[in-house]
Design a protein. Sequence first.
Lengths: 265, 348
Amino acid sequence: MSNVEKPDYENVIFARPGIMVDRSTHFCPGCGHGIIQRLVGEALDDLKLHERAICIGSIGCTVTAYEYYKVDGMEAAHGRAPAVATAIKRCRPELVPFSIQGDGDLASIGTAEIVHAAARGEKITIIFANNATYGMTGGQLAPTTLMGMYTSSTPDGRNAAQSGFPIRVSEMLATLDGPAYIARVAVNSPANVRKAGKAINLAFRTQLAGLGFAMVEVLSMCPINWKVEPVNALEWMAKNMIPQFPLGEFKVLPAVAALKKADKE
Amino acid sequence: MSERTLMGGNIAIGEGALLAGCQAYFGYPITPQNDLLELMARRMPELGRVFLQTESELAAINMVYGAAAVGFRAMTSTSSPGFSLQQEGISYMAGAEMPAVIVNIMRAGPGLGNIGGAQGDYMQCTRGGGHGDYYLITLTPSTVQEMMDLTMLAFELADKYRNPVLVIADGFLGQAMEPVIIREKVKKLPEKKWALTGAKGRPKNLVNSFEMNPIDHPRRIKLLLEKFERMRVHEVRYEGLNLDDADIVLVAYGSAARSAITAMNMARKNKLRVGLVRPITVFPFPYQPLADLAERGCKFVVAEMSGGQMIEDVRMAVGNQNEIKLANSYGGVPLEADTIFEAIDILM
């Protein structure tokens, strides 16, 4: 018995990944999370992780991530997904725990858990959805909010005297010895979505190969809270967010680079 | 075939956990339970089991949650300030119905307080402790033997009810050395069909406490409340000593119960008819036996190492007709038998 229905690949050129549940999401119009969830679904399908993946829902807009995959899932408290994933992997190494954490979850309340999971080199996969705000609670100041950016809790725009500066998590974690793969991607254009998909796939393969901690930071649109039209959010990200959070790879262990190279050949 | 050996209280908890088949231990150093963490650091890997010293008590409890979710018998141990941090994870586990054992070797609070033993976390332990409607079976050893036995029982009860179970003691008991009979190892662990083991040959399993739809949540809570009621009916444990002819009943648990036994013996030497009710579970609390003694006209002395917390449960059991006196110590100092004896004397 399999939980996964097989699409008719011969006649279908684009389909929902078989590992994903056929249902609508709770995301707002123009939100990047739907794309991210799909890219994760594609990676899980590609790597045939239907019977091994454990989806850990984190608090924020990804809270019900586990509803969208036909794999075992659980909910973690706000910021604690890396701790939960650590235990799952250490107890049952054959499982493939992953979480999609938002920037409030990962970069604010969960800084201790993510830093130490990374430092220990836990063989887990973290997808870090960074949209520079607290989406679920109505667009408050996040640790990743850009300087001068208006949020519901920085009515005059973020200023350093009051709220300090945005945190570049990927760069910060890349200074540690534990991580095997850290990259930042975006989902604001077809080309970037393709690159994001590859990075997410590699982050899962890093875990499967037992190489260490893998995190992909994905810059994600939040038009509702940015207060821009969905289509303009794509441009807004390119203009405002990517300069602050440059795309690229920040940590690639040689063994991970070898995986990547094998991919190309 | 049972072996008798001299053992420290914290160590007996660790050995009890190993005998009960604890498969994963996560902990953070905090006095006065470090010898337990250190024991597990050595013994768990020896046995091929999971040990991790975590970055905080918060991480520890969330790892326990993850380990429980994949069907492992999991445990953490801490002391009062760390226990406060763990309330978040415990609440999630109660909500998601995850079994685990949490050991709290209590020290004096509030705040950083003092590392001396205390029983000031009574309310936090017996009223759930974290946010939301939940309770935890709370076991209170008062000897080193019970540290082992009740830890083993804690794992059984956690799995039986799919709920976290607390073992609470204090710093004095944690360091006590006593002879212990080593129990038989648990050979067969219960099957957990709900565990996250990969959705292989079955629909996916889900471990969560979240209900998006407000219509669904009361239904889930009702099931939890019914479970806590079953605990109240089936899991009350206490020891009664010299109750048949008692005029005065001491009520005490843990270290305080040891002083209470000494005070009771002093009283009996003075021909005073004094007995003892020693709760072994403080949730569920032995309300009924105390109510029965109240009916008989007994007076009560509540002996505890706090400002007076368990006395509220005793008052609830006894009602307003019978006299109740508090004999206590607080701030991390032991409760002397003399203090309890004085309270008996005043009531006589």
